[in-house]
Ligand binder design. Structure first.
Ligand SMILES: NC(=O)c1ccc[n+]([C@@H]2O[C@H](COP(=O)([O-])OP(=O)(O)OC[C@H]3O[C@@H](n4cnc5c(N)ncnc54)[C@H](OP(=O)(O)O)[C@@H]3O)[C@@H](O)[C@H]2O)c1
Length: 251
């Protein structure tokens, strides 16, 4: 397909899950894609598999982000699509959530996203599309997700302000807010396999469409928002969750 021919995309956290699937879909639609991640081996392996450019950069490090922008600028000049996807989840009740878990959530999911956007602005082309990967947790009071949910609510707020500020440059900024999606993120949150299975079946029962999202479901929405098909959409938050937030009272 050629919908994104001639466009250059950067996908943060592109070595796994939603970022990987989105990088693949952007490539399949004709874009050139740069993926980032913090683990060199994982980034290089994914880049090789995808046929993308891989650059190691920790989203919570402002100097890494400076370096990332320099490298992308040197290779491509400007970019057309910025998918700020890298994120982590820390699952614990407020009483026991550690300072480290709090800082990781905020530094990667919000502060890192903020400065990624800020530092890429000078090399965003006219009509560029920025997509922030948020979550339906931004709207919920789901137990054990206080810091994660707050980081995503902050990201949605940033999306609105950035959309307004960047509209004069014809740059669009939108947020994608998935419900539960089958990816390695829950294992990385320290949940063991039985806890993940228990969480999965409890969640699955709450989803009216009775399934977890797949990374590919989210990738299709990302490609739509990245493309000129969505050229009049900015400042929006797209819930993509199989209907999970429709019935918080009886669900
Ligand atoms: N899965 C869900 O149910 C769900 C629902 C709503 C929203 N989300 C959001 O979707 C996004 C992608 O998550 P996923 O589910 O696809 O999980 P995933 O498979 O763990 O992917 C997350 C990606 O972000 C990378 N990453 C994490 N911290 C980073 C950092 N400091 N710097 C650079 N890269 C970093 C990870 O690299 P490593 O391999 O090094 O960890 C990985 O490539 C996240 O923002 C998450 O909050 C997920």
């Amino acid at each position: 397909m050629t919908k994104l021919n001639g466009k250059v995309a950067v996908v943060t956290g592109g070595n796994s899950g939603i970022g990987y699937a989105s990088a693949k879909d952007l490539l399949d639609n004709g874009a050139q894609v740069v993926i980032t991640g913090r683990n060199p081996e994982a980034v290089n392996r994914a880049a090789r598999e995808l046929g993308a450019e891989g650059i190691v950069a920790d989203q919570s490090s402002l100097s890494d982000t400076d370096h990332l922008v320099e490298q992308v600028k040197a290779k491509f000049g400007k970019i057309d699509i910025l998918f700020i996807n890298a994120g982590v989840v820390a699952m614990a009740p407020i009483e026991v959530l550690t300072e480290e878990q709090f800082d990781d959530s905020m530094n990667i999911n919000f502060k890192g996203a903020f400065f990624t956007l800020q530092k890429f602005i000078p090399i965003l082309s006219e009509r560029a599309s920025v997509i922030n990967l948020s979550s339906i947790n931004a709207y919920s009071g789901m137990p054990n997700t206080a810091a994660y949910a707050a980081s995503k609510a902050a990201l949605n707020s940033l999306t609105r302000t950035a959309a307004y500020e960047l509209a004069p440059k014809k740059i669009r900024v939108n947020a994608v807010c998935p419900g539960p999606v089958k990816t390695p993120i829950f294992g990385k949150a320290g949940l063991d396999e039985s806890a993940i299975n228990e969480f999965s079946s409890a969640m699955q029962n709450r989803v009216p469409m009775k399934r977890f999202g797949e990374s590919g479901d989210i990738a299709k929405l990302v490609t739509f928002l990245a493309s000129d098909d969505s050229s009049f959409i900015t400042g929006s938050e797209y819930v993509i969750d199989g209907g999970v937030i429709l019935n918080p009272i009886l669900g």
